[in-house]
Design a protein around this ligand. Structure first.
Ligand code: FCB
Length: 450
């Protein structure tokens, strides 16, 4: 028997996002978000579901805090809904929205849990989308203004700020593939969105820093270590291009003021709408990098893609590991591979694991207990790899399981359950799963026996 240990002061937490849990979509003056609109009108969400009520955390957040406390968590990553603060994405702020987050933060602090808010987890005010959304340059400035308002209101209580959640995913799914809000499938709109999001990230960084010089600031990126799907050299080169495109596209601009060479014919500056002085304006010297990681990517060279990266994942992860109920390959080494690559490439940055988890459909047995042993195995495997990466030199400060509660999983609606706590829909009653009880023991012991 061995022991998997974490450094002293390591933070244990869980993550959620506003649209996925809050509900109360039109309460207390909140504006419409692109996700409200997309769920209500697109017909593209499994089961016709929406986040209208979700886990009702807007009303039931004290129960969420109680669950975190029961799991001995010392950190809670949640997100702030922009249209709850500025209903149309600019101008006057809503006192009720800020009050809600103040009450949540105060409840966390009272329970000894550090608040770790994300400013943007995908719920853009619809009014900004009506003016062009992320492909429109003006949105970057709007984001910085919103960040300023929130940090001035909560910065006395909150130290750690995440600017954006998974910029590569919300731009790809929302503007290129079109299966997430706002449902646009246009490669040029996508390319412009990637640049505006990078401008927003830097402008948001500057705004938070100006509002609170003592803030710790980063973004949470969707990372997947990229491996060649086949043996030939074309796949190996494609895997490296895809790494730059999916893992580094929002990091290189922030840390080095440049775009990585992900495209076969060079960075498409014109299509992206890049102006002469823009590159320097992209810098955001992060205090930490947030790591969201679910899988590895196995990449094939494809000569015919609309963008010019000429690389595409051959499947959902690779084809060697077992799969979750969502069909995602389980490959624990992906976490250590990625963390160690970031450690090498960016000179040992501070890393926070901001999401990592799995979807399994286990529900209550006749005795009410939720026996989700597969989720325990999943986290065990990931944490073993993470501890190994830390031992090998990575500076990782926290782990946030995705997610605290079963919740609204975007285009999958409620049919994918990632929670450490089970939730009934639409009643929104919560029960800790076996995995939640196990996680609480790990957090208390700062490790576990193998
Ligand atoms: C990530 C998202 C998060 C959640 C998980 C399963 O891409 O950041 O909101 O949906 O996937």
């Amino acid at each position: 028997m061995g022991r998997v240990r974490f450094p002293q002061g390591f933070r244990w937490g869980a993550a959620t996002a506003a649209y996925q849990i809050e509900g109360a979509w039109a309460e207390d003056g909140k504006g419409e978000s692109i996700w409200d609109r997309f769920c209500h009108r697109s017909g593209r969400i499994a089961g016709g579901d929406s986040g209208d009520v979700a886990c009702d955390s807007y009303h039931r957040f004290p129960e969420d805090v109680a669950l975190l406390r029961e799991m001995n968590c010392t950190s809670y990553r949640f997100s702030i809904s922009w249209p709850r603060i500025q209903p149309t994405g600019h101008g006057p702020t809503l006192a009720a929205g800020l009050d809600y987050y103040r009450r949540l933060v105060d409840a966390l602090l009272e329970a000894g849990i550090e608040p770790f808010p994300t400013l943007y987890h995908w719920d853009l005010p619809q009014a900004l989308q009506d003016r062009g959304g992320w492909p429109e340059r003006d949105t970057a400035g709007r984001f910085a203004d919103y960040a300023d308002v929130v940090v001035r209101a909560l910065g006395d209580r909150v130290k750690d700020w995440i600017l954006l959640n998974e910029p590569s995913i919300f731009t790809t799914m929302g503007y290129w593939v079109g299966i997430h809000a706002p449902g646009i499938a246009d490669p040029d709109a996508f390319l412009r969105a990637t640049h505006v999001v990078n401008l927003a990230q830097a402008a948001g960084f500057a705004a938070v820093r100006a509002a609170r010089s003592d803030a710790r600031i980063g973004s949470a990126m969707a990372f997947s270590p990229c491996e060649p799907a086949g043996d030939d050299e074309a796949d190996a080169a494609a895997a490296e291009r895809f790494h730059r495109f999916t893992n580094a596209w929002y990091l290189e601009p922030a840390l080095h003021g440049r775009y990585p060479e992900a495209f076969v014919d060079g960075v498409p500056f014109d299509r992206m709408g890049v102006r002469p002085d823009d590159l320097e304006a992209l810098r955001a010297p992060f205090d930490f990098i947030g790591v969201n990681l679910y899988m590895r990517a196995c990449i094939r060279h494809v000569p015919d893609d609309a963008l010019g990266v000429q690389a595409r994942p051959a499947g959902i992860g690779g084809s060697d590991g077992p799969r979750t109920d969502f069909g995602w390959e389980i490959w624990p080494r992906a976490l250590s591979d990625m963390v160690l690559r970031l450690t090498r490439d960016y000179d040992r940055p501070v890393l926070e694991i901001t999401e990592n988890g799995c979807s399994y459909g286990d529900g209550p047995g006749t005795d009410g207990r939720i026996r989700d042993a597969r989720r325990i195995d999943f986290h065990r495997g990931q944490l073993e790899q993470l501890a190994g990466a830390i031992e090998a030199g990575a500076d990782v400060r926290s782990y946030h399981a995705w997610t605290l509660l079963d919740n609204f999983e975007w285009s999958e609606g409620f049919r994918q359950r990632f929670g450490l706590a089970h939730v009934t829909f639409p009643a929104a009653d919560r029960t800790l799963k076996d995995s939640g009880h196990w996680y609480g023991e790990v957090a208390a012991a700062n490790g576990f026996d193998t």
